[in-house]
Design a protein around this ligand. Structure first.
Ligand SMILES: NC(=O)N[C@@H](CC(=O)O)C(=O)O
Ligand SMILES: [Zn+2]
Ligand SMILES: [Zn+2]
Length: 343
């Protein structure tokens, strides 16, 4: 039987939600992830230090005994985020980044940023204090095709931010295109990207050919297979600029299987297992550890985890759904097999 042992991984982009759902999402992330960057797009969003810190306490209260899981918190940037708020967040020691959601770009982004210039004072403060800038990289202009929104964001917006703030550490989250791979690759060492398991394993045919599959609907939307191949090549390249961020984003089953379904796919039930499949598909299992366990902490200037987990190549069947608070979530691979499991 094939087994691989890797340093304990972290998840550099996840949605844990809140309220009744928190015990379920925290249980899943706590199984083997050491840390996670917890996204702040709650309702209402975590726009200030105090809100982010009380969210931290609610998460910690749900971590099962025996788990060492540690949440890393993120501030949600708005048009009004002040430099003082950035300094306060940084001083808390628990908030390591601030996130740009272009207003209207994705789930719970209504309070997001309307014009880039509005966050320049905050970005300047972040650059000064060494707080990371995380980006949902899609334009929101309704005249721009949904499959082009990441590329145009990079061309029109991200390239300007990178030029204006050369010392700001930037993570382009959940990249989905060859354009993003190329941009991040040629940019300075201060620019990196997370890649999800579902964008490595799937392309838009999986979502749209032979019937519409709403559980594959996430943002940025799955692209054509040439982009999927570029993402796989980037993840398997060994470049330290690319690292694990699941973007596991649960929505209740009835909110996904609907006439107007929510964006977000759930992968936290089997995150490293799905990444192992993706890396194995390109004969790059030897590159999984750096992607999952080294590149993220190195970019964030945090220590790598010191203990390990072991993956066994042994197929198991994913349940049709998992409990999510008082409702259910249909995970990626529901009712089908996954090749790997964590021992
Ligand atoms: N990725 C998604 O499709 N959805 C995320 C938001 C996000 O990360 O853009 C969510 O919060 O549901
Ligand atoms: Zn996003
Ligand atoms: Zn996300």
């Amino acid at each position: 039987m094939t087994t691989i042992t890797i340093t304990r991984p972290d998840d550099w982009h996840i949605h844990l939600r809140d309220g009744a759902q928190l015990k379920d999402t925290v249980r899943d992330i706590s199984r083997y992830m050491g840390r996670a960057i917890v996204m702040p797009n709650l309702v209402p969003p975590a726009i200030d230090t105090q809100t982010a810190l009380s969210y931290y306490d609610r998460i910690k209260a749900k971590v099962p005994t025996g788990s060492q899981f540690e949440p890393l918190m993120v501030l949600y940037l708005t048009d009004k985020t002040s430099p003082d708020e950035i300094r306060k967040a940084k001083a808390s020691g628990k908030i390591v980044a601030a996130k740009l959601y272009p207003a209207g770009a994705t789930t719970n982004s209504d309070s997001g940023v309307t014009t880039l210039e509005n966050i320049y004072p905050a970005l300047k403060a972040m650059q000064e204090v060494g707080m990371l800038f995380l980006v949902h990289g899609e334009v929101t202009d309704s005249s721009i095709d949904i499959f082009d929104r990441e590329r145009i964001f990079i061309e029109n917006i991200l390239s300007k931010i990178v030029a204006d703030f050369p010392n700001l550490k930037i993570v382009l989250e959940h990249i989905t295109t060859k354009d993003a791979v190329d941009f991040v690759t040629q940019a300075s060492d201060n620019v990196a990207a997370t890649i999800t398991a579902h964008h490595l394993l799937y392309n838009r045919n999986h979502m749209l050919a032979g019937g519409i599959r709403p559980h594959f609907y996430c943002l940025p939307i799955l692209k054509r297979n040439t982009h999927q191949q570029a993402l796989l090549a980037a993840a398997a390249s060994g470049s330290k600029k690319f690292f694990l961020g699941t973007d596991s984003a649960p929505h209740a089953k009835d909110k996904k299987e609907a006439a107007c379904g929510c964006a977000g796919s759930y992968t936290a039930h089997a995150a490293i297992e799905l990444y192992a499949e993706a890396f194995e598909s390109v004969n790059a299992l030897d590159k999984l550890e750096a992607f999952a366990s080294f590149n993220g902490p190195d970019f964030y200037n945090l220590p790598r985890n010191i203990d390990t987990i072991t993956l066994v190549k042994k197929s198991w069947d994913v349940p049709a759904s998992y409990p999510l608070g008082d409702t259910n979530v249909v995970p990626i691979r529901a009712g089908e097999a996954i090749d790997w499991q964590v021992k």
